[in-house]
Design a protein around this ligand. Structure first.
Ligand SMILES: N[C@@H](CCC(=O)N[C@@H](CS)C(=O)NCC(=O)O)C(=O)O
Length: 234
């Protein structure tokens, strides 16, 4: 069976949720972030040289090590066709399916991570004068690029989810759960967790709906510590 190398508070929660929705048998190997740096431990680098999570050791003859949450989601969505998590090239929603599948890591995550990292840099203790200057520089970088980028992305997603609501869909693409939902929930729930009360209504409703799915709840139990889940998460 596949082995998921899971890191606490990370994108590997996507894969736990996916495996649970698929009803797959899998093993889980837990890795824990360094308490001071927040970075992945060496145990993960021993499995995958980038030391990033998620990583899955596939159940094939070569025990292939597969990284990139998007690649892992696509791999298992395509190799479990009975679950109908993909949209096929001959289906009308193939292009929006591909667009949102790649949007998650390609466009949504980079400014979100930059915002998180720069916010952490701002919060770090520094001597008074250094702090005044450093914080101004950080603010300037945020305001010039990452913050407006993030806001644009939020508005873009909110508009799309409002359109989905108009056609009565609970999901990101079409009217069924697809690989896109596993990719898009992570950045959206991270933002809802970070700024509760300030995210637009369709995004909040979408996050709540996905988080209420029994498989999501089960995956949450299996994964342990996760800062970006519902408020009552471990
Ligand atoms: N694009 C990659 C990003 C992987 C990634 O950066 N994962 C983070 C966790 S969400 C990580 O492993 N961080 C620990 C570190 O960089 O040391 C993916 O989607 O899998």
């Amino acid at each position: 069976m596949p082995i998921l190398h899971h890191l606490n508070h990370s994108r590997s929660q996507r894969i736990l949720w996916l495996f649970t929705e698929l009803g797959l048998d899998y093993d889980i190997q837990a890795h824990f972030r360094d308490a001071n740096t927040g970075l992945a431990p060496n145990s993960l680098k021993a499995v995958f040289d980038l030391g990033r999570s998620p990583v899955v050791a596939l159940d094939d003859e070569a025990h292939t090590i597969l990284g990139e949450s998007g690649a892992i989601v696509e791999y298992f969505a395509q190799t479990n066709p009975q679950a109908q998590l993909t949209v096929k090239p001959n289906e009308p929603l193939f292009s929006p399916y591909l667009y949102w599948l790649h949007f998650a890591e390609g466009t949504m995550m980079p400014p979100l991570i930059a915002n998180l990292v720069l916010d952490q840099a701002k919060a770090k203790k520094k001597p008074f004068l250094v702090k005044a200057i450093a914080d101004k520089v950080i603010e300037a970088i945020l305001n010039a690029y990452y913050a407006p980028n993030n806001e644009q992305n939020i508005a873009h997603v909110e508009k799309h989810l409002a359109q989905q609501a108009q056609i009565g869909s609970d999901f990101f693409v079409g009217d069924r759960l697809t690989a896109v939902d596993f990719m898009m929930l992570f950045p959206l729930e991270a933002m809802v967790a970070k700024k509760p009360g300030s995210m637009p209504t369709h995004i909040v409703a979408y996050v709540n709906r996905m988080q209420q799915r029994p498989a999501y709840q089960q995956a949450l139990q299996a994964g342990g510590e996760y800062n970006f889940g519902p408020k009552n998460a471990a």
